[in-house]
Design a protein around this ligand. Structure first.
Ligand code: ZN
Length: 265
């Protein structure tokens, strides 16, 4: 009897012990399940986000030459609008403007030291105007990865030569829809939106509407639009036109990309 009671107590004790242990395992199992579910949801969201990002179309807005006073006056405006742009500068070496532009989320591309048509340069001049500055900028902490041809002057030979030094080289005068992959390596076209070409408000809106509509109807499509300054100058875009471009692009769900951003995608 005593033995049985003793054994019974022991069985009870073991049963209780197992019971508790089972409950612990159950809780651990539920927690593990939840954790795996959370990880799966996070991974799924990241994938969906990436797919969505890759499918988004947009504009590469660029400003050429070198107008630092004018450009930096619009840093706050661009920030308020959530728009990042690429400044293709014609400079000997980086300036304070370049560093500030980078800090504010914009990109610095290159445009020869003194705005030369690359087709008219000797080998030595190409070295001085296009290639040597890369190292000077690099030593100051700016990696030049995009280049815009002044006057759009280029041919297959210059493209091949420059692509050994720059990831992306950009032309002028032509509107073209590119896939984002083209922005990782290669030549892309660019369309001028200066007052010189599009002074008339109706004509500007018509052109911009057509471009933005085409971009919005394509998956992962991008196009470069370029100008030189903001205002009423011949080689610039008026504030009203810039505002119109940004608002219409946002309405159509288009993004504003820098050249660097797409090289890294
Ligand atoms: Zn230029």
């Amino acid at each position: 009897m005593a033995w049985r009671e003793e054994t019974g107590r022991q069985v009870n004790r073991i049963g209780r012990w197992y019971g508790v242990k089972n409950k612990k395992w159950k809780i651990a199992g539920i927690l593990l399940g939840c954790l795996l579910l959370i990880i799966a949801v996070i991974l799924g969201s990241i994938k969906l986000y990436r797919v969505k990002k890759a499918r988004e179309s947009g504009i590469l807005l660029a400003f050429d030459d070198y107008n630092p006073e004018n450009w930096s006056r619009y840093f706050d405006f661009f920030e308020q609008q959530g728009v990042s742009v690429t400044f293709f500068v014609s400079l000997e070496a980086p300036t304070d403007f370049c560093f500030e532009a980078m800090e504010r989320g914009h990109d610095i591309g290159f445009h020869t030291v003194s705005h030369k048509n690359v087709l008219e340069l000797s080998e030595e001049e190409v070295q001085q105007q296009v290639i040597d500055p890369i190292e000077r900028f690099r030593q100051s902490g700016i990696e030049l990865s995009s280049f815009a041809y002044p006057y759009g002057g280029h041919n297959d030979a210059t493209d091949e030569k420059l692509l050994a030094y720059y990831k992306v080289i950009r032309g002028a005068y032509f509107y073209e829809v590119h896939s984002k992959a083209d922005l990782r390596k290669g030549y892309v076209d660019a369309f001028p939106i200066d007052n010189h070409y599009l002074a008339d408000d109706d004509e500007f809106r018509k052109q911009i509407d057509a471009i933005l509509k085409e971009l919005s109807e394509n998956v992962g499509a991008v196009s470069c639009l370029y100008t030189h300054s903001i205002g009423g100058e011949e080689w610039g875009i008026t504030e009203e036109h810039l505002q119109y471009l940004i608002e219409r692009a946002k309405e159509l769900g288009l993004q504003f990309y820098t050249f660097r951003e797409l090289q890294e995608e």
